[in-house]
Design a protein around this ligand. Structure first.
Ligand code: ZN
Length: 188
């Protein structure tokens, strides 16, 4: 897309996969990589990010488990286990020791990245909707803004049959597995 002013990836995934996948693209120099990294917006946050509930310190922490108290808690069978509060993940900032929470957007919370997303959507002239059922708002409404307010174009890539999809009002609908169709359409 040589004439594109800017390209952004807005993802609802919380697995951090898009950012990590960039590092697998061997041909990127450091500044291209940094710019690409910045163009990824994880609107529902990142499961590997921790946020201190006291001082607000955030960072990516890939340790599993995050604390000894959480060891074995991935096994959801059996009875609930109680975990002492002091064994929960704690902030490492000197003198803080606040409780850490996952850096994801929980139900009922506002989406912090929306302030960054809305201006991008309001001047977007082409949106590619990849592998989503477009049922979770506000993301589900982005294509409508592009098509009806911006008079831009909408391309949907979805495994669902177009007849059973709610994305009727689009310019292009590519039905099938996105991981196969998307590279084909881009000629990669
Ligand atoms: Zn803290």
């Amino acid at each position: 897309m040589p004439n594109a002013e800017s390209i952004h990836l807005i993802t609802q995934n919380v697995d951090g996969l898009s950012g990590r996948a960039l590092h697998e693209v061997g041909s990127l120099d450091a500044s291209t990589l940094a710019n690409a990294q910045k163009s990824i917006i994880e609107m529902h946050g990142n499961l590997f990010k921790t946020i201190c509930t006291s001082c607000g310190d955030t960072h990516i922490d890939m340790r599993q488990p995050l604390s000894d108290g959480l060891r074995g808690t991935e096994d959801l069978s059996g009875a609930y286990k109680s975990i002492a509060a002091e064994q929960l993940p704690r902030c490492a900032v000197v003198g803080c020791n606040g409780l850490l929470r996952p850096g994801v957007v929980w139900f009922g919370e506002s989406i912090p990245e929306l302030d960054r997303i809305q201006p991008l959507i309001s001047r977007c002239d082409l949106i590619l909707v990849l592998g989503t059922s477009s049922t979770v708002y506000p993301a589900a409404g982005f294509a409508d803004v592009v098509r009806h307010s911006n008079h831009g174009r909408v391309a949907v890539f979805n495994i669902e049959d177009p007849a059973s999809s709610t994305d009727g009002d689009v310019d292009w609908y590519f039905a099938g597995p996105v991981e196969r169709l998307f590279p084909e359409v881009l000629g990669l």
